[in-house]
Design a protein around this ligand. Structure first.
Ligand SMILES: Nc1ncnc2c1ncn2[C@@H]1O[C@H](COP(=O)(O)OS(=O)(=O)O)[C@@H](OP(=O)(O)O)[C@H]1O
Length: 427
């Protein structure tokens, strides 16, 4: 071939390679830009560590979920995940009628009548209630996935004792609000059937619709029957102590993305309002007094780990680690480089101030950095919004939607906080 033609052929090859490289570069850039947009608030976590089960085609996200929010088990954090998912996917959330407050008239047995008509038919339900299978099935669409969460009974009881100390007569009777004194002789303070007695005895069993006065020591068949009923209805029983692993199982069950279950820890007591550690003797006494709850927890803790094993322990742990990392990134973006939980008195954004059960117990929350506004702030606000404010906000929003009013519901009823000016001396 003449040298001129050879050079021409080489030049054509070169430019083909350049074009190919250019196309490759452009596609990578566009992918990165797309990912960058996704990363703005809910980081997309690719690749997911756990491959889908073999032979199972990709499933669409499951949209109908009933979460039984048991007491003092990290339920508010799960509820917040579900509320945000529902908002992002334009789903209807069942909410209590205002006469029931923000719970479905707990401690009464759940009735579909407690649900505000503007929030029916719902896709998602996540507010406190006492479980009643028939009534929930009357309300929720067929195919609804039922999930709940349990917590180790001694830790849960310590939390209940502190949180409901001023509400539950059995706790109010105890001198010096001493958990130890109560557990030394619970019968001396407890009266079955009185107002809010369920917070002082087998609260998990009560929330699940069971009889909290039964003892597995006298009646082992009762516990076995209750476990069977729970297993018949609930597709997943999460465990508060393994919260991230629980969320991995939840998102796999519902075919959700891992970023659908990012969260901020809600409703936590300040270190000054809790026991740093529960002494072993106290834990034994708490489990013995709440033997039905202890039986439920032990059973479902074991089944939880069997579920983890069948999903692949290593892959669940890897996903849980990815979740923790993404969560830390999100918290830093929302609440500053050092996102700290702070007592309500130090939270200036009204919508983020958690309800305080008494002056003796500090419930912590997050606050937005000063002077923020816009859609990103709204996402952060929802991430840390306590149950009472979020429930009222969603009810207002859904009532307006029912009335076909199109103006979006303002999320902030007070403007974002301004930077605190240095106080003048004497103020
Ligand atoms: N992510 C996560 N992991 C583990 N534990 C968590 C989590 N989020 C909340 N919590 C703890 O759950 C307790 C509050 O539970 P609830 O929100 O269910 O309480 S309530 O019944 O709605 O009042 C409360 O426990 P105590 O602090 O011991 O009271 C919270 O600290």
């Amino acid at each position: 071939m003449p040298p001129v033609l050879q050079r021409l052929q080489q030049a054509t090859k070169m430019s083909r390679r350049k074009i190919l490289l250019l196309v490759l570069g452009c596609s990578t850039l566009s992918l990165l830009i797309h990912q960058g947009a996704q990363l703005s608030w809910y980081p997309k976590l690719f690749p997911l560590s756990c491959p889908p089960l073999q032979d199972s085609p990709p499933r669409p996200k499951h949209m109908t979920v009933a979460f039984l929010k048991t007491h003092k088990t990290a339920g508010t954090t799960v509820q917040n995940i579900l509320f945000r998912f529902a908002e992002r996917h334009n789903l209807t959330v069942a909410l209590p009628h205002p006469s029931c407050e923000h719970q479905f008239c707990y401690p009464r047995n759940f009735s579909a009548h407690f649900v505000h008509p503007a929030t029916r038919p719902p896709h998602v339900l996540a507010s406190h209630l006492r479980f009643d299978r028939a009534e929930l099935q009357r309300l929720m669409p067929p195919g609804t996935v039922y999930v709940t969460i349990l917590r180790e009974p001694a830790a849960m009881f310590e939390s209940l004792f502190s949180y409901y100390n001023q509400y539950c007569p059995a706790f109010r009777r105890v001198p010096n609000a001493s958990l130890e004194a109560f557990l030394r002789a619970p019968e001396a303070y407890y009266r079955a059937g009185e107002h809010f007695a369920m917070f002082a005895h087998n609260t998990l069993a009560y929330d699940l619709g069971g009889d909290n006065e039964r003892s597995p020591r006298d009646d082992a068949a009762y516990l076995a029957g209750l476990i069977r009923q729970v297993e018949e209805v609930f597709s997943l029983v999460m465990i508060a102590e393994y919260f991230d692993e629980s969320l991995v199982l939840l998102r796999r069950l519902l075919a959700w993305d891992l970023d659908d279950v990012l969260y901020a820890r809600l409703n936590a007591r300040a270190a000054s309002s809790r026991l740093a550690a529960i002494p072993a003797a106290l834990a034994r006494a708490a489990r013995s007094w709440n033997a039905l709850d202890a039986g439920l927890y032990d059973h479902f803790n074991a089944t939880f780990w069997r579920r983890v094993a069948s999903a692949g322990r290593a892959c669940v742990e890897r996903e849980a680690r990815e979740l923790r990392e993404a969560r830390e990134r999100l918290l830093r973006r929302c609440f500053g480089d050092e996102p700290v939980l702070r007592p309500a008195a130090q939270i200036r954004t009204k919508q983020l101030q958690p309800w305080q059960p008494s002056r003796k117990v500090d419930i912590m929350g997050y606050d937005l950095p000063s002077g923020r506004a816009g859609p990103a702030t709204e996402a952060c606000l929802k991430l840390a919004m306590p149950e009472v404010q979020y429930s009222s906000y969603l009810l207002r929003k859904q009532k307006r939607r029912g009335g076909m009013r199109l103006r979006p519901e303002p999320v902030l009823d007070n403007p974002p906080p301004r930077p605190i000016r240095a106080l003048r001396p004497g103020h």
